[in-house]
Structures are given as structure tokens and as C-alpha cells.
Design a protein around this ligand. Structure first.
Ligand code: ZN
Length: 294
């Protein structure tokens, strides 16, 4: 049975700061563990009005939020959890501006939260095998740079490369150019040598058989889009979601942040069958260290 994680069930479980703190504690510490101070196997109890728990023998405090993205934040923990919930609930993505409105915090706070939560969505893919579609697309060419570029056609575009296992996981990367060595380096790192690779007829991919890959090409220039199972429809489907989302929700994406936007869409793509994306994102809290934001 499909059990959607509704706003109602979210609020029931994580509506209060103490519930959220307890969830982080559960993620990072066992119910009983060796106390770092008295070295006895102890239980730790919540300290009133603090974000710490105390050892039942010696009273030593442990801090579940230390080292996480929530550390040092003056924003209530339940706001953070709600922001994480919002960011996992929409297919198109949530902007910092939307968080500002939904949470009633300042834009600066919303942006900081947004950036930290994005860190939880960074990609760490396994080697992709089976039928793997590879493609690259151009993003940007709008916004801030416009005023400085005399000819619109010369506005530099950024390249995003997509490597997608059909009916499986995917990896997306902002790359510096479409040169064949750039593309091949990504392929060697992320595609299993036994994979059957599909690309378009771009010359950058011409060396794939030499590297041992089985390689078929989709010849776009000759309007030959689908030839049996030789197609790039999966990765192209991702491009349309990414572009609709990025241009629709965020409008302008600076080069500096493009990878983090791509990560967010990739995260949603890779968890598309997941009924509790929020729970998965929450588990990342224990894995991902806080980053400094300037
Ligand atoms: Zn102790």
C-alpha cells in the first residue's frame, strides 16, 4: 500500500522542536551508549530548555546538533524540518523565496537554510551499468550577465552532462566544456565498462568503443530519434524537468550555484519511487557536515 507522507502526518511527527531534536538524537546516538566522560554504558535524558541530553550517571551533556547543518542556528529546529519537508514535496522544486514566505523568516535566513539543505542532496552515485544514456545540455545565457555582453548570441552557456541508467539511477554534473576529454573523464568515473552506452552522434563520444564500451548512437540530425531501444528519451526527459523547474521556479541560476540546483533535481529524480523522501533526506543530516556560507 502506498503511504504518502502528508503534511498532516509530517506535523504530527515533527511539528514541535523537541520532536525534531529527538529525531536527530535517534539518528546520531544509540539509546544506550558509552558516556564519553564516565565511560559507563549510559542512557541520556533530555535537558530542559537546552538542546542537549545528559548522562544518567555523571550528568555529562551530549549535543545531537553539533556538527550538523542545524548547529549554531537560531532558527527553531521545527522550521528547518518544515523547510526540508517542503523541499522534498514538489517535483518542480522550492525556492528560497518560497521558504521565506512559507516559514515567515527573513530572506537571508531562508537562503541560508535553503543552501544548507541543498548540501544534504549532493550526489554520491554508484557506478552505472546496464543500458546507460549519456547526453549534455546547455543552461543559462540569461540574467545577470546580460548587461555585460554586447551580443546576445555570445552569452556564455553552461554545460550540464547527464548519465542515466535506464529504469535506474542517474548522475548529473555541471562540466566546464563539451570537449571529448571532459566527457570521457566523467564516463570513466561513473559508467561501468560493461554498460551499453547510448549517446547522440556528437563527435565527443566517438572514442567510447576504444574504452571498451558497447556504444550506439541516436542520429538526431537525421531525425532518427528512436530506433528500437536505441534512444536517449530518459535523459532528455530529465532535461525538460530540469529546465522547466530552473527557469520556472528560480528564473536565474548563477554559474556558482548551478551544480547545487542540478543536485536537487538529481536527488528528486533518484528518489522518484520513494514514498518518504523526507525521511531519506533526514538521514543525510547525520552524514553531512555543516558548511560555511559567506
Ligand atoms: Zn557519564
Amino acid at each position: 500500500m502506498k503511504d504518502k507522507f502528508t503534511l498532516r502526518s509530517f506535523q504530527y511527527s515533527f511539528g514541535k522542536d523537541e520532536q525534531c531534536l529527538e529525531a536527530v538524537k535517534q539518528l546520531r546516538f544509540a539509546d544506550e551508549m558509552e558516556c564519553p566522560k564516565c565511560k559507563r554504558v549510559a542512557k541520556f535524558y533530555k535537558v530542559t530548555d537546552r538542546t542537549s541530553y545528559a548522562c544518567n550517571f555523571c550528568g555529562h551533556h551530549i549535543y545531537p546538533l553539533a556538527g550538523t547543518i542545524f548547529e549554531k542556528s537560531t532558527t527553531p529546529l521545527s522550521y528547518w524540518f518544515f523547510a526540508m519537508y517542503l523541499m522534498t514535496q514538489t517535483r518542480a522544486g522550492t525556492s528560497a523565496k518560497q521558504l521565506e514566505r512559507m516559514l515567515g523568516v527573513t530572506y537571508k535566513t531562508a537562503w541560508r537554510m535553503f543552501k544548507q539543505i541543498r548540501m544534504l542532496m549532493a550526489q554520491s552515485p554508484s557506478l552505472l551499468d546496464g543500458v546507460v544514456e549519456i547526453d549534455e545540455t546547455f543552461m543559462g545565457g540569461k540574467g545577470k550577465n546580460k548587461a555585460y555582453v554586447p551580443n546576445f548570441n555570445e552569452i556564455p552557456k553552461e554545460v550540464v552532462m547527464g548519465i542515466v541508467k535506464r529504469k535506474g539511477e542517474a548522475y548529473f554534473k555541471h562540466i566546464p566544456n563539451t570537449g571529448k576529454w571532459t566527457l570521457l573523464a566523467q564516463i570513466k568515473e561513473h559508467v561501468d565498462p560493461t554498460a551499453h552506452v547510448m549517446t547522440d552522434d556528437y563527435r565527443g563520444y566517438i572514442k567510447l568503443p576504444e574504452l571498451g564500451y558497447t556504444h550506439d548512437t541516436v542520429n538526431h540530425s537525421a531525425s532518427q530519434y528512436v530506433l528500437g531501444n536505441i534512444h536517449n528519451n530518459t535523459v532528455e526527459g530529465f532535461w525538460s524537468i530540469l529546465k522547466r523547474g530552473v527557469y520556472g521556479v528560480y528564473r536565474i541560476v548563477s554559474k556558482k550555484y548551478l551544480q547545487s540546483y542540478v543536485d536537487e533535481y538529481a536527488y528528486r529524480y533518484n528518489h522518484r519511487a520513494d514514498q518518504n523522501m523526507f525521511g531519506d533526506l533526514l538521514r543525510q543530516v547525520a552524514e553531512v557536515k555543516m558548511i560555511k556560507i559567506v
